[in-house]
Ligand binder design. Structure first.
Ligand code: IMP
Ligand code: MG
Length: 228
């Protein structure tokens, strides 16, 4: 068995640089050889689910992991088709978009750069304060570039409206938005959203990067969080 240079051996994986099977021709001269002491697949066991089962009574599944994966592939194909072989700057809005962005980026393929920004409008509750604070701005200069902002969810639209206004002053060639989820009933600011995964009811949801007080981001599906 051989995965892109990864060769499982007894009790460990070692990364062998030198053959890039799945990648276009690449330079390897500056890379170092690493090996990791991680368990072989046979010895691996998933982490205990006890804590998730305890939390599950408050979670009402809404969108399965399979549906998310299919939708991500569809959005990625649309994006790559729209931009052809041009370079895209994907900008993930932290923290909620980190899982969606990592899946989307791999599905889009081609020439792509990734940056992150972090905003805060929710404190730790379930409703937006309406005040957008920028905690981390872009590192990449977006002037003349094709930017796609990646959001986990558009709720009132306040965050995106703020970011679009701010970043359009930096003169990107184009700036579009891709969000996995949108709550049309909660919208307070009408903003164009070019790529929307799922429109959902006006409920507070968690999972696949979305949190409540920093919990549930690691849930592989989207669920409505019920009080209880
Ligand atoms: P907006 O500015 O009201 O559109 O809020 C956007 C941000 O609020 C999102 O990027 C999320 O981080 C957060 N948010 C909005 N709705 C939810 C939700 O249902 N669950 C978790 N986070 C949410
Ligand atoms: Mg967000």
């Amino acid at each position: 068995m051989q995965w892109n240079g990864l060769q499982p051996e007894a009790g460990r994986f070692s990364t062998r640089i030198g053959a890039c099977h799945l990648l276009p021709p690449c330079r390897v001269s500056n890379l170092q050889i690493h090996s990791y002491q991680i368990p072989a697949p046979d010895a691996w066991r998933p982490p205990p689910l006890v804590s998730f089962q305890a939390m599950a009574s408050h979670l009402e599944p809404l969108i399965s992991a399979e549906m998310i994966a299919a939708k991500t592939a569809e959005l990625a194909a649309r994006i790559r088709e729209d931009y052809g072989d041009r370079k895209i700057i994907l900008v993930g809005i932290l923290k909620g978009s980190f899982i969606f962005l990592s899946d989307l980026a791999r599905a889009i393929g081609g020439d792509l750069e990734i940056d992150f920004a972090q905003t805060s409008s929710y404190a730790s509750g379930k409703s937006s304060s309406g005040i957008v604070q920028i905690r981390k701005d872009l590192d990449i200069n977006i002037e003349g570039k094709h930017v796609v902002i990646v959001e986990d969810i558009v709720d009132t639209g306040t965050t995106l409206n703020h970011l679009r206004e701010l970043w359009s002053t930096r003169k990107p060639h184009t700036m579009k938005v891709c969000t996995l989820l949108s709550k049309p009933e909660a919208s307070k600011v009408k903003i164009p959203i070019e790529y929307v995964g799922f429109e959902i009811p006006n409920e507070f949801v968690v999972g696949y990067g979305l949190d409540h007080g920093e919990r549930y981001r690691n849930l592989p599906y989207i669920a409505i969080l019920r009080e209880g």
